[in-house]
Design a protein around this ligand. Structure first.
Ligand code: 4AD
Ligand code: MG
Length: 467
């Protein structure tokens, strides 16, 4: 092999005929090999783009014996001249001079043969599925969205604030936390009352994996002004749905001096930015998913960018649902925690637009939300999306010490773990707001995939911790 710099397939295809005549060096995995006794064609993919690079092998230069191990899934290194392609489907191709085989993939054993596989089958092969067109596309889009999120906030002067993953407080108060302990479950230390003695545990107290970085995010916002978190969160709810994971990534901006309207404006601008970014930077991958799985995907993405979100109080939303005449699986009444079918009715059938629902009954929302003057509702905001339902949950926070204490007492939240949070309200308290975007729900929306387990490389859900 000659000593020339390797090019990624994306780079070669982007340069197109400008590189024609040059000798190129490429490495990747064989998607297919076909041909006849005179010439063989390899579709080579290296993960840099959904597109394959065609490698042409003249059988006067390469023996059939030599090419035998070059099967679907094998990995190779090729050098050859880039030429304009005669065939249709590609503008350029490589006429191979040299071929090196890194690794074979036995056709009898390699599970990703040419025929299309169901997403369910691929979920059982999650260690290999990134090599498929579909998952390559999804994972490149996922990357682009993560990058867009950092760019959006950085450009706006928000600071990326790292909140802990191990915590002793339950932000959402739902009790759906995974415990973190080094105690021996076969031999637990006990207090005199017979309870587990967590004072003898690793942290000297009962600890869990976080369900949200918000409470610590508020500490950041009330010092740095505007912050965001972007990290893994964990929920031990037994939710076996296409929209829930046990481990998911959440983005939580938190802003001092923002009221609920500022919070809604930011959420809307943020989502539109992310969707536009993906449309602009992942055009090939989105087009592929549009053609393969969801013919309305691109239309839906553009629709979200170009329309204002509807803003509506919960009370009015419930009235619309009650008057819809629709028979829902779960009944609707004022005070109910809306189910996905209710949210999707409002978005997909009634308004046909994304909806920001606000001012929910305090009973169905977390303790930290700002109480409205009616004493019954809180300044919450959920952003509801077509196909997804809730994509963002957020609120203005209760900044008044006494009112916040009132809620903490009503809900019997253990005070000993909350003293530091309350200090934000004791010292220089300010109006502030924030929200959480479920990253995988955003990726679901942008890719048009149906199941959240297919938009994260290695999903965690009840009964599954493989890979
Ligand atoms: O509505 P949630 O529970 O809100 C919070 O955690 C707040 N502390 C956020 C904040 O105000 N800073 O979760 C926020 C979002 C949801 O809207 C949803 O998109 C996503 O996180 N989410 C999940 N995504 C995947 N799997 C799960 N089990 C999820 N639970 C919530
Ligand atoms: Mg929520």
């Amino acid at each position: 092999m000659k000593d020339i710099r390797r090019k990624r397939v994306a780079e070669i295809l982007a340069s197109g005929s400008a590189l024609a005549g040059e000798t190129v060096d490429v490495k990747g995995w064989v998607r297919t090999r076909r041909g006849n006794k005179n010439v063989q064609f390899i579709a080579l993919n290296d993960g840099s783009t959904i597109k394959n690079l065609q490698i042409v092998l003249d059988l006067s230069r390469f023996s059939e014996e030599e090419l035998k191990p070059v099967t679907t899934g094998s990995s190779i290194h090729v050098q050859g001249k880039l030429v304009e392609s005669q065939g249709k489907g590609q503008s350029v191709e490589v006429q191979a001079d040299e071929l090196e085989i890194y690794g074979t993939a036995s056709p009898e054993e390699y599970p990703l043969q040419k025929k299309g596989h169901s997403l369910e089958f691929l979920r059982e092969k999650a260690h290999l599925r990134p090599r498929t067109n579909t998952f390559g596309a999804v994972l490149r889009i996922r990357h682009a969205l993560a990058f867009a999120i950092h760019k959006f906030f950085n450009d706006k002067g928000f600071y990326y604030f790292h909140t802990p993953l191990i915590t002793a407080s339950d932000c959402e108060g739902a009790g759906a936390m995974f415990q973190v302990t080094t105690l021996d479950p076969e031999n637990l230390p006990r207090t005199e009352e017979g309870k587990v003695d967590y004072s003898r545990d690793f942290f000297g107290k009962h600890a869990s994996l976080t369900v949200s970085g918000q409470l610590e995010g508020e500490l950041g916002a009330t010092a740095l002004g505007n912050i965001y978190t972007f990290g893994p969160t964990f929920r031990a709810e037994n939710s076996n749905t296409p929209r829930h994971l046990s481990e998911f990534w959440m983005i939580e901006p938190e802003m001092a001096f923002y009221e609920i309207k500022d919070n809604m404006d930011l959420a809307e601008e943020f989502i539109k930015y992310c969707v536009s970014y993906a449309l602009e930077h992942c055009a090939d991958d989105i087009q592929f998913l549009n053609d393969m799985f969801d013919k309305e995907l691109i239309e839906r993405l553009k629709f979200v960018i170009h329309n204002d979100f509807v803003r509506l109080p919960y009370t009015e939303g419930v009235r619309i649902l009650e008057e819809s005449g629709r028979k829902f699986e779960f009944p609707v009444y004022w005070g109910v925690d809306l189910a996905s079918e209710h949210e999707r009715y409002l978005v997909e059938e009634h308004f046909k637009k994304p909806v920001i629902l606000t001012d929910y009954p305090k009973e169905i929302k977390a303790f930290y939300m700002k109480l409205n003057d009616d004493g019954k509702t809180v300044r919450a905001m959920d952003v509801l999306f077509p196909k997804i339902g809730e994509i963002i949950g957020g609120s203005q926070r209760e900044e008044d010490y006494d009112k916040l204490m009132g809620r903490i007492e009503e809900l019997h939240i253990p005070m000993k773990d909350m003293w530091w949070y309350l200090d934000t309200r004791r010292f220089g308290t300010v109006p502030h707001s924030g929200f959480g975007l479920g990253f995988e729900r955003l990726v679901l929306f942008v890719t048009g995939m149906q199941n959240i387990r297919d938009v994260i490389p290695f999903p965690r859900y009840p009964g599954n911790c493989e890979f």
